[in-house]
Design a protein around this ligand. Structure first.
Ligand code: ZN
Length: 176
């Protein structure tokens, strides 16, 4: 049996996430890991401000994370809503995914990296997601980079088909 430390690495979550159990979902033909944020106050999914619980939201939900070999893999958790002073009723923040995402941070980051370094066909076939999802993922990753730091050093623009995301404002210019 693999310990929680190994599962944490495989699933791409840090110690802010509590691992409850890992199961195989026959119907989904996928590995599903039940998780929850480590104890602490709930906070707004948009700004991170500590916020009071509002309700249970839409109940348990799943976020696609990095594949385990040939198998798709999901994190599953409750997704309660909170009341933020600024944003009103909003889904609470979780440590493993960006707000509004159907994928984990690790999955989003992989897709964004692949979109920069490989073809459209490669991204879609390797990650088994629709091309329409790639644009939304890149928008989230770029917004995150603007807000925090610069994981794509030197990148000023990602152009993919008809979608183009400028990141110029947030990222440093190099060599003009
Ligand atoms: Zn907020």
């Amino acid at each position: 049996m693999l310990g929680k430390k190994v599962w944490r690495r495989l699933l791409g979550v840090d110690t802010d996430t509590v691992m409850e159990r890992v199961e195989f979902d026959e119907d989904a033909d996928a590995v599903v890991a039940s998780v929850r944020p480590r104890r602490g106050r709930l906070s707004c999914g948009r700004c991170g401000r500590p916020s009071a619980r509002h309700d249970r939201g839409e109940g348990r939900r799943r976020w696609r994370t990095l594949d385990l070999g040939e198998l798709r893999c999901y994190l599953e958790a409750d997704a309660p809503q909170v009341v933020c002073d600024i944003h009103g009723v909003v889904v609470a923040k979780v440590p493993w995914a960006r707000h509004g995402a159907g994928h984990t941070r690790g999955f989003d980051d992989l897709v964004a990296w692949l979109a920069v370094h490989s073809s459209k066909t490669t991204v879609c076939e390797l990650t088994r997601i629709a091309w329409a999802s790639v644009g939304a993922i890149i928008a989230r990753v770029v917004a995150d980079a603007r807000a925090e730091r610069d994981p794509f050093g030197g990148l000023t623009r990602i152009g993919i088909g008809e979608i183009s995301y400028k990141a110029r404002a947030a990222l440093p210019h190099r060599g003009g």
